[in-house]
Write a protein that binds this ligand. Structure first.
Ligand code: EZ4
Ligand code: CO
Length: 414
């Protein structure tokens, strides 16, 4: 069974997605997600110019060898562009293999280890009233774990927080759940940031949320890499009374050793890795047990083959999965995460922001969300399709994530 075609598909059903479609000589079709938010066309070119030609005529069953060929065979390895491209090939080949077997992909990964994946959704508000309303809407939709992001007094906007003033998505989506599209633009929006104001305010938000919603609801928070180690330690410590499920990306974690400082001061669990792209990025974090959850997604960490290896390595240190699942990971990438998450022994939680209706029409995912959990369908493969007609009606549009400056204008970590 040889690869006969590898097409790079770029579409914008409300936001940009890059998808690889691999077709074999006997007509099997596999999909892989290669979406890198704000740098989409770099991955599309890497795939179409440098990877697709190498796939022609390869044995589509050789998933591992193809991964090694693209990773070790390339002199320039790793990096988000390369690893998103490798991920798309790997995912598409797993999709094909499962379709050939006539089985849902998770069966090839060892079968079901649980009935569904506990997910968390994104509640946010510029003030407590908006935030509580958003938490309530999530509870009504069945969510059983919730990420809480809040406006900070003195800052006009905060990344990750939907507000009434940026609540137009224009896609039939719901801005309260997909806060970020309103902030995307052809040049990056510039946001202002004040770490001291943030550190003062966030513990008061969690105190209020606990008082309103009680002690049981798992609550999460994302600091988006903005703190120094000692600031992160202070935040973790000040949030301990509110029993967080995790504090995410407290520091820019390319400095893995910095997490020692955070860890020695706080018992708040830590989740890191959505911007990592290799198992090597985790070595110190795992071996010194500096984190509790792995944030890597199939899409950004080199595919199912690579992420599974990361999870096995994590399991040695009692570290669990907490896969990144924002709307910039396509339904193909999310489906891959669901198949992997249902099979692995050390599943922790899955992030789930619902995709817009147009995105779901384009990809027609068959996974289901009920009672706060996601589950794969029994369709062979990933259980996702790609509708070219809808894709053609929604062409690529340049869009960037915002950038972040301190009040004096200095560029700050993301
Ligand atoms: O900022 O996916 O935990 N989730 C996040 C996301 C990321 C975006 C970047 O593309 O931090 O909202
Ligand atoms: Co994050």
């Amino acid at each position: 069974m040889q690869v006969a075609n590898a097409e790079v598909l770029v579409a914008n059903p409300g936001r940009n997605f890059v998808t690889l479609r691999v077709t074999t000589d006997d007509g099997f079709v596999g999909l892989g997600d290669a979406t890198l938010n704000g740098r989409e066309l770099a991955v599309a070119a890497y795939l179409s110019e440098h990877v697709a030609p190498l796939l022609m005529g390869r044995d589509a069953h050789q998933v591992e060898d193809t991964w090694q060929y693209l990773y070790r065979g390339a002199y320039w390895r790793r990096g988000p562009v390369t690893m998103a491209a490798v991920a798309a090939v790997d995912t598409a080949l797993w999709d094909i293999k499962a379709k050939v077997a006539g089985l849902p992909l998770y069966q090839l990964l060892g079968g079901r280890s649980r009935s569904g994946l506990l997910v968390y959704g994104h509640a946010s508000g510029m003030d407590l009233r908006e935030l509580f309303e958003s938490v309530r809407e999530h509870l009504e939709k069945g969510y059983r774990a919730i990420r809480v992001q809040a406006g900070v007094p003195g800052l006009s906007s905060v990344y990750g927080v939907a507000s009434s003033k940026n609540a137009s998505v224009g896609d039939g989506g719901d801005a309260r759940y997909d806060y970020e599209p309103a902030r995307r633009s052809a040049v990056p929006v510039e946001e202002r940031w004040d770490t001291r104001a943030y550190l003062r305010h966030i513990p008061t938000v969690f105190e209020a949320v606990r008082n309103e919603f009680g002690p049981e609801l798992p609550l999460l928070h994302d600091a988006h890499h903005r703190l120094t180690p000692i600031q992160a330690a202070k935040l973790g410590k000040s949030l301990e009374p509110y029993d967080l499920f995790w504090l995410e990306d407290p520091t820019p974690a390319e400095n893995q050793a910095a997490l020692r400082r955070v860890r020695e001061h706080t018992t708040t669990p830590l989740a890191i890795g959505e911007v990592f792209n290799s198992i090597w990025d985790y070595r110190e974090l795992f071996e010194e047990q500096l984190i509790d959850y792995v944030r890597s997604a199939v899409t950004h960490a080199g595919g199912i083959t690579a992420l599974r290896r990361i999870f096995d390595y994590a399991s040695v240190y009692q570290i669990k999965s907490g896969v990144h699942g924002p709307t910039d990971i396509s339904p193909v990438g999310l489906a891959a995460a669901i198949h992997l998450g249902i099979a692995i022994p050390n599943f922790g939680i899955q992030e789930y922001m619902r995709h817009s209706p147009t995105t779901n029409e384009l990809f027609r995912p068959s996974y289901t969300f009920a009672d706060g959990t996601l589950a794969p369908s029994e369709a062979p493969g990933l259980g996702v399709d790609y509708d070219d007609t809808i894709a053609q009606a929604h062409p690529y549009q340049a869009a960037y994530l915002p950038v972040n400056r301190l009040l004096d204008g200095s560029m700050h970590d993301w």
